[in-house]
Design a binder for this molecule. Structure first.
Ligand code: ADP
Ligand code: MG
Length: 562
């Protein structure tokens, strides 16, 4: 083997390599993510520099990454036509740890070892280039920087404290620019374990016939050919200009990415700029994945996070969307997060907090868009599937009450077949009406038959029917809408603004004794018996105390206690 100059690794690198080789077994496949992202970074760097120095591209205009697998020999090579490395770069980049993420990894690794916990740290952190040693016992990096006229070869082995660098001399290996990583795998079978998108195509050919003499000696010559297969679309759909993407393309992407058979109900493609930059496409599904009565599941794998086009994770639990919006699907691509972003980083990151805020806002805009669609059926579908989620939002997300409230829908005394919005209710309010009236019941029919309703109907006041168990709690959390309070018409102090004190006095004198008599007979079953002005045809009604639970709430509590 051609001898090269020998270099010792920096102490941290030695430690890291030791960890990788001897104690990290899970998530081996992350090496591919790390190496492809390095190759992709190398293309990005070159692309960026070539803006001001176009001559850097002169030898090879294409910016691509090629992955070749040789199953028989247990070799994977990853070749990029990116920025490459000079001899000094090789020493600086592949012999020392300049990167803080890796240092953090080492620290976390030590802590988890001390705690004796089984770790999955590599999956969370990634260890960059060195993750190659998860699967390879020898790594050869042949690289040519456009700034140097020589190509260099870095060669390192697992379990070694040093590596070598030499000049590339084999003409077969010369590349115009970029880097070729060759991994000599520990287990030959590993090429099956990792999913490499390119398939080598092999063709066997016998040697052409010679004369009989020679024929006896003819060896079978096996030639192998590799074909390149494009493994990804040249540009992810979210990087394209929204004006140039058709609805069909958005829908196709949605179905392919999320394994859906139905088109989404709505989509939103946007870029945010300023403090944090990211691109995203969000979708509202047209069908509910779970039964309507299922508990809201926050771990849905509905949001796919990319950093600089490299897929990072779809395993979120509230970091990017609150629980009640977990039905929203989509992709988010940020340039501002590190590639090795972990759950811990996600939870603490200020960038993620800002992203979350913007994503939530966009999701609301998208839902509002559905509600304003000419086709009223669209929002009915949405409400049918995800109305409960928004009501849960009223309880869990005070900050977004203003966005949630206009999206709510209820039946009412004047609209028993079609749900109305709070805006529609407010528009329909009487000139002197100050409050929004509601009654909670277990169905539209029982709401309609409640005696509390009589006087309000007589006065032609509209009353919302809260017939879903969660409705009442949601409304109580909202408290008001457009400065109008929600008022439960079943509570004892209902004031319709038509008190007639003179008449009340007369009534009290006439029926006071009757009330006392009834109270005496009912005893503890009621708190008090009073003369009321809220009925028109029913003789009496049972109401809840001002500070007590409504009858509906009481039903709910009972149901939960079972
Ligand atoms: P990171 O990518 O986070 O910097 P890595 O350990 O993955 O850490 O890589 C270390 C460094 O090695 C990179 O920052 C880069 O300078 C260099 N490098 C790795 N792979 C390549 C490549 N394919 N082309 C050019 N430089 C590379
Ligand atoms: Mg890297």
């Amino acid at each position: 083997p051609p001898s090269g100059e020998k270099y010792e690794y920096q102490a941290e690198v030695s430690r890291l390599m030791d960890l990788i080789v001897n104690s990290l077994y899970s998530n081996k496949e992350v090496f591919l993510r790390e190496l492809i992202s390095n190759a992709s970074d190398a293309l990005d760097k070159l692309r960026y520099l070539s803006v001001t120095e176009p001559q850097l591209l002169k030898d090879a205009v294409d910016l691509d990454i090629r992955i070749q697998t040789d199953k028989d020999n247990g070799i994977i090579s990853i070749t990029d036509s990116g920025i490459g490395m000079t001899r000094q770069d090789l020493v600086d980049c592949l012999g020392t740890i300049a990167q803080s993420g890796t240092a953090k990894f080492l620290k976390a690794m030590k802590e988890s070892k001390d705690a004796g916990t089984d770790n999955n740290l590599i999956g969370q952190f990634g260890v960059g280039f060195y993750s190659a040693f998860l699967v390879a016992d020898k790594v050869v990096v042949s690289t040519k920087s456009p700034k140097s006229d020589k190509q260099y070869v870095w060669e390192g082995e697992a379990n070694a404290s040093s590596y070598t660098i030499r000049e590339e001399t084999d003409p077969e290996n010369l590349i115009p620019r970029g880097t070729r990583l060759t991994l000599y795998l520990k287990e030959k079978g590993i090429t099956k374990e990792v999913e490499v998108d390119e398939d080598p195509v092999e063709a066997k050919e016998d040697a052409p016939d010679g004369n009989t003499e020679k024929k006896k000696k003819t060896k079978k010559i096996v030639e192998r050919y590799w074909d390149w297969v494009l493994a990804n679309e040249t540009q992810p759909i979210w990087l394209r200009n929204p004006k140039e993407v058709t609805t069909e393309e958005y829908n196709e992407f949605y179905k392919k990415t999320f394994n859906e058979y139905a088109d989404p109900l709505a989509s939103s493609h946007f870029t945010t700029e300023g403090e944090v930059e990211f691109r995203s496409i969000l979708y509202v599904p047209a069908v509910s994945p779970m039964g309507k009565d299922d508990i809201v599941n926050s771990k849905t794998k509905n949001i796919r996070l990319y950093v600089k086009r490299v897929f990072i994770s779809d395993d979120f639990d509230g970091e990017l969307f609150p629980r009640y919006l977990s039905f929203v699907k989509g992709v988010v691509d940020s340039n501002d997060l590190p590639l090795n972003v972990s759950r811990e980083i996600l939870q603490e990151s200020r960038i993620v907090r800002i992203m979350r805020k913007r994503l939530v806002r966009k999701a609301f805009d998208m839902i509002l868009g559905i509600s304003m669609s000419e086709n009223r059926g669209d929002y009915e579908t949405f409400w049918e599937n995800f109305g409960k989620h928004l009501k849960l939002g009223c309880i869990e997300d005070r900050e977004n009450h203003k966005r949630l409230a206009p999206l709510l829908r209820f039946f009412s005394s004047q609209s028993e077949d079609e749900m109305i919005s709070l805006d529609e209710y407010v528009e329909n309010m009487k000139a002197e009406q100050k409050d929004i009236y509601y009654i909670a019941a277990d169905s539209v029919t029982s709401a309609r038959n409640a005696p509390f309703l009589e006087r309000l109907l007589q006065k032609d006041l509209e009353v919302l029917y809260l017939v879903d168990p969660i409705d009442e709690i949601a409304i109580q959390n909202l408290k008001s809408y457009k400065e109008k309070n929600f008022v439960d018409i079943s509570k004892e102090d209902l004031d319709l603004g038509d008190k007639n004190e003179e008449k009340e006095k007369v009534m009290k004198e006439e029926f006071g004794q009757t009330c006392d008599w009834i109270k005496k007979h009912l005893g503890d079953k009621v708190a008090s018996v009073q003369i009321s002005n809220r009925l028109s045809s029913s003789p009496c009604v049972l109401v809840s105390g001002k500070f007590g639970w409504s009858a509906n709430m009481e039903r709910l509590m009972k149901a939960q206690a079972v």
